[in-house]
Every structure is written in C-alpha cells, then in structure tokens.
Write a protein that binds this ligand. Structure first.
Ligand code: ZN
Length: 266
C-alpha cells in the first residue's frame, strides 16, 4: 500500500470516531430530551463543561484514564468503546475495499452509502439497547442515505416505495390491533419509523423476509428470556434490535436465503 493510501485510511477511520463521538451525544441528549445542536458537553457527574482538548475521541479518554478532569468520576466506558469500534470499522472497510477486487465491482459512492447506513444503524441499535429509544435524527439520516443509495443505483423507485408502504401498513395494523387487545402499546412507534429506511433499502420482496426473520429472532429471544426468568410476560422488550439484525442478515444474505427457500419448495 502506498503512503498516501495509509494516510487516507487513517483519516477516514478518525473521521468515523469523531462521528461516533457526536452520535453518542445525540443518543444521550435525545434520551434526556435536550437539544444536541446547542450547548457544550458537560460532565454527567459534576456538570462542568468539558474543554475541547478533553473531548477528543479515543485520545482524551486514554489521557484522562477514563475519569473526569474536575471530579475524577469515571466516564462511561461505552463512549470509548463505540469510538474505538468506529475506528476499527473504518480501517476494516477501507482495507477490505482496497484489497478485495469483488468489492470494487460496486461503485464506491454506493458502497460508501451502504457502509454509512450500517454505521448509523449500529448507533440506532446502541441507543435502543441503552435507553429504549431510536432518535428521530438517526431515522432521518438513514432515510437520506437510503434515498441517495437508490439514486446512485439507478434502479426503479416503485419497488422500494412498495416495500415502505407494505411495512408501514403491516406494523401500523399490528400496533393498532395489539393496543386494542392488550390495552397498552406492544410495539414502539419508533420501531415503525425505523422500518421506513430499512424497508426502502431492502426493497420488495426482501422486506417480507426481513420482517419474518425479525419475528423469528425476536420470538426465540423472548422465549429464552421467559424461560430463564429474566423477563415476565407483558414486560416490554425492545423490538428495534431484532429489526436491525434481521435487516442486516437479509441485506447481506437475502438473495441466498430466498433461493435456498424456493429451491426447497419446487
Ligand atoms: Zn466531573
């Protein structure tokens, strides 16, 4: 690899860790119902403003040994870990692209959009696991990325739109009937919103496979939690993680699963 390429890869990975740092702010402030555009970051314990040099992704955490400069309380490790994950993902993606000719068959813009989509999705997952919310900011970002990927692909718009309509009607009907029967929401409205960009990118008919998989994986997981006594019937379970995992499986292996399944039938 040339020196220039190495520098480029490094800055790409660094950019992603800055993005991760910003996404963590989005998650935290959305959960606390604060604006993430205004106001500097503060320590969660002593509420002192964090100086820019204490807010550099990865480095600051290491230099401060994971503690606040003022009150010496521990900084949540998830910030450092997610920034590190972002950095490693950036490195892996860039090196894989340069080394694997099969990846270079796809136009770089489209590949980059898919990568960024997955990247934002990862933080949506993190938000849901931490606070049981999916920030609207992430959903909006995902919709923009999915539409851009569609623009670059040059394919028909009818099927992605059909997929979005199908999943919206399906989940809305489920949401409505579940709250009628159970007298409380069994499904978050955030999940329905999250399905919009996912369905759009998967397009028709893969969206059906993805929803089907989400229920299978979610069902198995819920059963395990009930059997091990970690949850009781009627307790809320975040559904977004299953939607996301099912999306990723379908996005990567959808074609293969589809063929395998129909090879089975006929
Ligand atoms: Zn502090």
């Amino acid at each position: 690899m040339f020196f220039f390429e190495l520098v480029l890869i490094f800055f790409f990975a660094l950019f992603l860790s800055f993005l991760a740092s910003f996404f963590n702010v989005v998650i935290f402030r959305t959960a606390k119902e604060e604006s993430f555009v205004k106001g500097r970051s503060k320590c969660e314990s002593c509420h002192q403003q964090i100086a820019w040099y204490d807010n550099v992704p990865l480095l600051s955490f290491l230099l401060l040994r994971g503690k606040c400069r003022h009150c010496h309380k521990k900084i949540a490790r998830i910030y450092f870990l997610s920034e590190l994950l972002a950095f490693v993902l950036g490195l892996t993606f860039a090196v894989a692209y340069l080394q694997l000719p099969s990846l270079q068959l796809l136009p770089i813009q489209q590949l980059m959009l898919y990568f960024l989509f997955t990247f934002v999705l990862l933080f949506a997952l993190l938000a849901d696991l931490q606070y049981l919310i999916v920030p609207d900011f992430f959903v909006a970002l995902l919709i923009i990325l999915a539409v851009l990927a569609q623009l670059f692909s040059g394919e028909n718009w009818l099927l992605p739109i059909l997929a979005v309509l199908f999943s919206s009607v399906f989940f809305y009907a489920l949401y409505f009937s579940a709250s009628k029967i159970l007298h409380k929401p069994a499904l978050g409205f955030g999940d329905i919103k999250l399905m919009i960009p996912l369905a759009f990118l998967l397009s028709w008919p893969k969206v059906i496979l993805s929803i089907f998989l989400a229920f299978i994986i979610g069902g198995i997981f819920a059963m395990l939690l009930l059997l091990t006594g970690k949850k009781k019937i009627g307790q809320a379970l975040p559904f977004a993680p299953f939607l996301i995992v099912a999306f990723l499986i379908t996005f990567v292996f959808g074609e293969a699963i589809w063929q395998w399944y129909f090879g089975f039938l006929f």
